[in-house]
Structures are given as structure tokens and as C-alpha cells.
Design a binder for this molecule. Sequence first.
Ligand code: M6R
Length: 607
Amino acid sequence: MCGIIGYTGNENAVPYLLKGLGSLEYRGYDSCGISVFQKGKIKTLKCSGRIQTLSEKLCKNNLSSETGIGHTRWATHGKPNSRNAHPHESQSGLFSVVHNGIIENHASLKEKLVKDGFVFKSETDTEVIAQLLEQNYSGSALSSLSKTVSQLEGSFSLGIICREEEGKIFCVRKQSPLVAAKAESGSFVASDITALLPFSKDIFFFNDDELAVIEKEKISFFDLSGNEIKKTAETIDFSASHQEKEGHEFFMHKEIMQQPHVIKETINAYFKNGRISFENINLNKNELQKTSRIYLVACGSAYHVALSGKYLIEEMAKIPCEADIASEFRYRNPPLNTNTLVIIISQSGETADSLAALRLAKNQGAKTLSVVNVPLSTIAQESDSVIFTHAGPEIAVATTKAYSCQLAVIYLLAAYISSCLFLLSEEEEKDYVSKLSSLDEKIKQALETEPLAKKLSEILGKSKNIFFIGRNTDYPVAMEGSLKLKEISYLQSEAYGAGELKHGTISLIEKGSVVIALCCRKSVFKKMLSNIREVKARGAFVVALVSENQKELAEGADFIISLPETENRFSPSIEIIPLQLLGYHTAKIKGCDIDKPRNLAKSVTVE
Ligand code: M6R
């Protein structure tokens, strides 16, 4: 949530700030702004809306400065208008601040500052930081920052400039991501590496409670007591090509189409001699044999993967599993001990709720394993073991390829645990691996359903009442399909376990309702046919997703999407493809901003 960027160097900071903000826009995009030095003072320009609007405003102002900070916002405190947009200046303009996170004690701090005579201009929690910096200042911005940090509760990464210390950017990280980089033209700080990669591949990572002073020639790190910390940059081997749409109208479309390739990359990373190999995860057979319960914890789409994992791991490894929404897990006192394995699933590796769940699990002695897409992200660094998905950077806010790679890791993990517990013989494992190896080809075929998804999107675009139903591992796919439709096309839809509809929700079914029934899983195919008949009898328009060899059997459906035949357990990976395309084309027909849906952000770093 929210992206911050800073540059200081020999060149004009403004184009660097705008480019950086463009890369960070997926983190929040309701308002934005920059602060730079101008004739010994701080000049701030901000607006509601997108970076493009800010860029036009900046062109008119013809600003040039060698040092500046910028911000793109996802509103938490106060409406998304230009008054609440960052940066926020302190009362006399001594400091300007950009912030990612939440200051939980802002109300009490504000009350005290107001009593001390400070006048506030915005409704944000961030303005409190700017005012405190000014109140605590006695000649050193770094000392003022240390003191200010000791007064703040909550999560924050900050970029700060001080009128009296031109050329420097002061930063701190506490439970919100922050990275820095040194390039030839100067030094940078940003919320994540995607904003820095076009300028440098040598990245400095902040730990929590570390401060930094960014200057054009050097970047210095300090602890909260002001002691210098020596750090070396890590070279990141990522190309910046993910920042191009490469002929696709939207990043989401490009990312949907990349799925066969990235799934293959992910699966192949963990195959060795026809078997599943997790050499680098320190979960050995002994530990797995002692594991009495597994919690799969995640948010949003990653939670849907967690649910698929629950079905699959319980079925294959016979260990009781629970799938938990991270924001619930951490406040429900789950019984955790050294025989519990907590698996955190996260694309970004920075989701605040998932990170908090991980920390809770570690504190209570559970073993932790994360499934993460972004290398060196906080969740990856703090987990006992990590399995990386190889989806590459995902730009569209609605996840597609990262979700599919997470599913692939779950297939591997379920079989791996099962094999460690001697529930899957070597021969069975090799057979499983060989079926998994052809998954990318099946996904390629599933992508050929795009014209059907497009046709169906015309029907869906006019409908008000949409349901996704499925059983077993197809139920979480129904949830993911429904989320894809909702989050980018803003159509209301619901997902149900198909057998559950008749316990209440079926009363909503009437003529014109659309029911999308996921029927690829053979073990529950006949049950799905009964559920189709039930809703059909009540006037629903039924869309059935079926394996190609069963399409004749899907009698009663009004619209059939036939998909390649696959092993039961892998059907989620095939079924999600037309559902992603359906969400995409419905949103397109409705003229929605597909890559940046309203009210959302890619990386949710607030609780
Ligand atoms: O980065 P994470 O995987 O931890 O993010 C979790 C959710 O915020 C995320 O899956 C979200 O639901 C997707 N953007 C939905 O498409």
C-alpha cells in the first residue's frame, strides 16, 4: 500500500521520481505528489488521481532539483484528495515526509501537538510525523528522526527531506518495505526493487528499525541509537522487461498468457531425476513425521490456494490441515507448538497480515515455510524455509500467473510430504511428476478458450446475479473465479460449495441468474450434474466447465466450456484459465481500468 521513492544526485530528480512512481503505482493510485528543494526551500506539488495527472502538473511548473521524494497513495486515513496526498510538510516547511504504513497512535500524538500549537492541514496520520520531526529538531535531522521513531506506534517506512540539510534523504523502516540503491547518477530509495531496477541492480535492504541517510555519493545506515551499520549491496538478477506490456493491451492479459511458461519454470525448479526435490528447504523427513497439524495461511487469492492446499495435503499426506485467512489467524489464538507447520503463501512476500501471522507462528515455536514470489521479500527472509514460485514480477493488481504458480507449488508440496511419510511410493511419485510435467501444455490448450470467454463476457456484462459453484478442490477455484470477476469488473458475484446452495442461497436463483459450474473433477462430476439441474429448474442460465471427454454428459447446461482432460488433482490449474479470461473480458467490455481496479493496491502492507 502506497509507494515511496526518493532520488538525490547530479541530475534533475523530477524525471527519476516520476519514473519511479510509475513503477510503484500498482501499490496505490488514488493520489500522488513530490517534494523537491527550490531556492533553499521545500516545494511540494500533489494531486488526486494518477501519476499522469501529476506529470502534467509538473510540466507546467517546470520544476528542477537534484533531490526529491515522491509518493503514490492508497488511502487509509482521510479521503483520496490532494490535501491528504503525500508528501506532508511540517508546519514551517522544515520537513517533508512520504510514508507507507499506519501510525496507530496518531490520534493521541495529534492531540498533544495541537495543544503545543501545531496546526494540521490534512486528515492523515502521516502529518503527525512531519510535525513531530519539526518539534524534535535541534540541528540534526537524523537525531530528530530517531526521537520521532521512538514516539511512533504502528508500521512505517518513511522518506524525509529537511530544508536545512539539502541533498540528503532521511529514511527509516519499521514493518513496511524499503530498499535503497546506488547508481552512477546518484542514490535512490524506494518501497520495492521494481522501482529501482531501471537505475541499478545493486540493492541495499533495510531491516526493521534501521535508519539511513541517502546522499548522492553514499548511503549510510544507522540503528535507532545512531550507531552506524555497515551494509553491502546485493546484486539482483532481474530484468526490467516486466515493465513493458509487450503488445498486450493490459498487463493482466500478458500475465495470463505467460502462465504455461512460468508454471513450467516453477515445476522444473523442483524436479530432480524424475522426483520432487526441495533441497534448499530445511524440512526433513523426521520433522515432517513429527508434524501433527498444518496451517496454510494467506490473504485473497493466495488464501484460495491455501484452501486448495488443505484439500490436497489432507488427501495425500493424511495430516490434518487448516486454511486460514491471515487477518483472522493472528487474532484467533490458534493452538501452535513445535509439531505444527505453518505455511504462509504470498506473492509479494510483504502482505502485512501474512507477515504478522508468520511472526506469531515463529513466536509460538511452530515451524514455518513460505511460498513466495518476490526474492528477498520480508516473508521470504523471516521464514524458516522458503519455496519460491517462479512467476516473475506480476504487475496487474489482479493476480493470475502468481496464483497459478502457487497452485503448482502446492501440488509439489502435497506429493513431497506424502512421499516423506511413505504414503506415496517412488513409482507413484514418478507417475505424478510425469503428469505434472505436462500441465503447462494443458494450460496452453485451456488458453484457447479465450474466444468462448469473450462471448460469455457479453452475457455476464448484462447480468446482476452471478454464482460460481464447485466441489472439492474446484470450490476454491470457484472462489478465485468469483474474485477475479468482482475485483476488475465490479460485478457482484458469489462462490459456493455446490452442495451448499440448497441450504439458503438457492432462494436467490431466478430467471436471469447466471450459475458457473466447475465440473472438471471427475470424482464429483455426477453430484455437480445434480446441482446444475437444481438451479436450471429455477431459471438459471448455466455455464458448465467440463473436461472434453465429458462434455456430452453436461446436459442441462446452456453454455459449455470444454477443457483439456487432466489428473483430478490438477483441475484447479485448468479451470482457472477461462475464469481469468472471463473476468478480463467482462471488465474490458465494461471499460474498466483492468490493471488498476478502483480501491485496490497490489501489495497490502497495512493490516
Ligand atoms: O502478495 P500476496 O499474495 O500476499 O497478496 C495477497 C492478496 O492481497 C492478493 O492475492 C489479492 O487478493 C489479489 N490481488 C487478488 O487478485
